[in-house]
Design a protein around this ligand. Structure first.
Ligand SMILES: O=C(O)C1=C[C@@H](OP(=O)(O)O)[C@@H](O)[C@H](O)C1
Ligand SMILES: C=C(OP(=O)(O)O)C(=O)O
Length: 425
């Protein structure tokens, strides 16, 4: 297996970086542009496994897509809600957004659509979404366990109506239903039953829908109404840099007492993970906001923090990876749902921190990390891009840290290590 050795720096980083487009915005924009009538152009789109699987699925459904990777541009020729393909065998890799959003998209078609992913994708929750589709009259055949991929959906223009949906393991199933609902046969109301995790991503969904001309009415935190007959408008759309992927670069400034500027990303971002800047401020960093950039300046000594990360759970690994360098414990709470992501993330972070000799206590919904001197080790990444990207930052302060299978960053950030090494050049 490939590995990358991270060279420890005995100086602060001092760099300005560009981060590729947001995965979450790219895949939402691909979906709504596919449903719009006519040509949309997505600028600063992400080119990575997650977005490429998504684009390929949309194309297989008969909606033309032209990829211009060198321009970071994608053109989508939307079919106004029509799904031309009557049959498709679709593969989503490990992309949770593709799995959930494409499942919902094919429910609008009139045909037979088989969906599958990598083995871990077959374990990730789909059940609450497919139950709503079944309750609306759509037939789904599961090849293995009920509620999990692989399955075949017999689409027949989603009926809409009133549904209850659980969203305590992932918010993506709610986002998926919201985005197809304008094309349902009747108005749709979705009532979230119990806890809604990752709320910031649902806000992002409503924002993208509004940007493409569709309204969602929210009567309270858990009730969403979408009028049938609304239509997305094709348009030119510029995608923000990925705030989750910017977190590693800001973290590099934080741990080395250095300075990192990320261009084209500001606190006005529609991505919940922009809250990472507040986390770093609370840990002692200085954040400078420019008109079209944000800069983080790290302190001499990071402080610990006690934080609910439910709304920014993709950052648990970033915080976990820098936590041992804080002067007091870091406590991460309310993220039980990260056990269902690319890997069982609470277990993965705890295991790898312990491999580095760090004192960590695991909770059902988080962990407590004590300030501990680190013993270098080879970090296992469990096919999870965020394990590789986050623990590379740990390696900037302790000589001898090695990242196994660095290629797993291809999921959302194929040239992460090129940019990471440029930052410390
Ligand atoms: O809707 C989205 O784009 C996402 C929602 C979050 O997932 P959960 O809702 O499963 O927490 C996040 O972890 C994922 O990276 C992207
Ligand atoms: C959880 C993630 O991805 P997804 O759920 O979209 O596969 C992620 O990118 O950290």
């Amino acid at each position: 297996m490939d590995t990358i050795a991270i060279p420890a720096l005995n100086r602060p980083v001092d760099a300005t970086v560009e981060i590729p487009g947001s995965k979450s915005i790219t895949n939402r924009a691909l979906l709504v542009a596919a449903l719009a009538q006519g040509d949309s152009t997505l600028e600063n789109a992400l080119f990575s496994e997650d977005s490429e699987y998504f684009a390929k699925c949309v194309e297989q459904l008969g909606i033309p897509i032209t990829l211009h990777p060198h321009l970071a541009q994608i053109q989508v020729s939307g079919k106004g809600g029509d799904i031309p393909a009557k049959q498709a065998d679709l593969f989503v890799g490990l992309a949770g957004t593709a799995a959930r959003f494409i499942t919902a998209l094919v429910a609008l078609g009139n045909g037979e659509y088989r969906l599958d992913g990598v083995p871990r994708m077959r374990e990730r929750p789909m059940g609450d979404l497919v139950t709503v589709l079944q309750n609306s009259g759509i037939t789904i055949n599961f090849e293995g366990n009920s509620g999990f991929m692989p399955y075949t959906i017999y689409g027949q223009q989603f009926a809409g109506g009133h549904f209850r949906l659980k969203a305590n393991q992932t918010s993506q199933q709610l986002s998926a239903l919201l985005m197809i609902a304008p094309y349902a046969q009747q108005d749709t109301t979705i009532e979230v039953e119990g806890t809604l995790v990752s709320q910031s991503y649902v806000k992002m969904t409503c924002r993208l829908m509004a940007d493409f001309g569709v309204d969602v009415t929210q009567t309270d935190d858990n009730q969403f109404h979408i009028k049938a007959g609304q239509r997305y408008q094709a348009r030119h759309y510029t995608i923000e840099p990925d705030a989750s992927n910017a977190s590693y670069f800001f973290a590099a400034a934080a741990v080395t007492g250095g300075r990192v500027r990320v261009n084209h990303l500001t606190k006005q971002s529609c991505q919940g993970d922009i809250l990472w800047l507040n986390v770093l401020e609370q840990m002692g960093c200085q954040v400078i906001e420019g008109a079209d950039y944000t800069e983080v300046i790290g302190p001499e000594q990071l402080q610990g923090i006690d934080i609910d990360m439910n709304d920014m759970s993709d950052l648990v690994q970033t915080l976990g990876a820098i936590a041992p360098y804080a002067s007091s414990p870091v406590i991460i709470r309310n993220v039980e749902h990260i056990r269902y992501k690319e890997t069982e993330r609470i277990r993965a972070v705890v295991t790898e921190l312990r491999r580095l000799g760090v004192k960590v206590e695991e909770f059902a919904d988080g962990m407590k990390i004590e300030p501990t001197p680190i013993t270098p080790a080879a970090i296992e990444t469990y096919h999870d891009h965020r394990m590789a990207m986050a623990f590379a930052v740990t390696g900037l302060k302790t000589p001898g840290i090695v990242i196994q299978d660095p290629g797993c960053t291809a999921k959302t950030f194929p040239d992460y290590f090129t940019r990471f090494f440029k930052m410390i050049d």
